[in-house]
Design a protein around this ligand. Sequence first.
Ligand code: FE2
Length: 316
Amino acid sequence: MVAYNTFTLNQGDSCKANLREQAIQMVNAVTSHGESQFVAEVAAEPPLIVILELLRVPLQDRRQCRPRSAITDLQHGTSVVVEIDCMLVSLNKVPTRYPEQLTRGKCAAMFSKGEIKTFFPSCVWIHELQEFRDMNASMIAELGELRKSTGYTNPGNGAWQSRGNLNKLPTFEPLMECFTAGSRRVLEFLKYEFENFVITDAWANINPPGHSHVIHTHPNNFLSGVYYLQAPEGCGDIEFIDPRQQALVLQPRATVQTPQNAWKQRIPPREGQLLIFNSWFQHQVQENRSDQERISISFNIMLKGSVGVESAGAQF
Ligand SMILES: [Fe+2]
């Protein structure tokens, strides 16, 4: 209807064919994936395609056309000019239905319906910052100066870690605003009530070739994150470990690794990328196999004020 009210008859016919083709692809994609974010992936698609058609924007240019959320919006009026595009990675994302090959045959014939529910997913929220290069360059320069005078160097492998006070230094203010904006978005996504939250600490990690980072969590905090300033190809993926310890007791061989049988999941670091995750989520970093240093800034977030219900609450 939108198409026919907007275009001429010929354009409408052309748009209808295109929409039908796009709708088939959309349904196939959602079906094969087994689940979807309904509003973003289904409901918003046809109108978006019509708008693109109306504006004569090629579909392959769509990535550039997607609206991006400015941090100024997220932070209700702060002056940071960096824009971010956010996506959610659910490391336990599973289909809601069996794949087609398992819906045929003798076993499948015994059941009138097959459905898969996922409980307690573990999430990593990934934010891609826009226009980060100048900001990264100034922070790397500042870290070079800090490295000469303060911080901690591991004599065994040359890795350097700054003190945890970067959240108090002016050079890092724009990045701290990104951390705050991303964390607020995560807390709102999780639909938690909270009075306030603070960055408790933020520190830089400069890791030379050959360096890896052992498995760890970030205790005494609620959310944690890492941002990549310099991440050459092969500098070491961050790996998240299945938090269900019971699931690691018996690990049959898998014919194919899937989110349902894997006990760890990797994310390759990218410059300008901000990851946020629950502080309890165990993670480690693979060996840096590039010929350059990997430079990142990590941080922790803690809730402030009243937390929880009256019968099981706390003040922070
Ligand atoms: Fe960490």
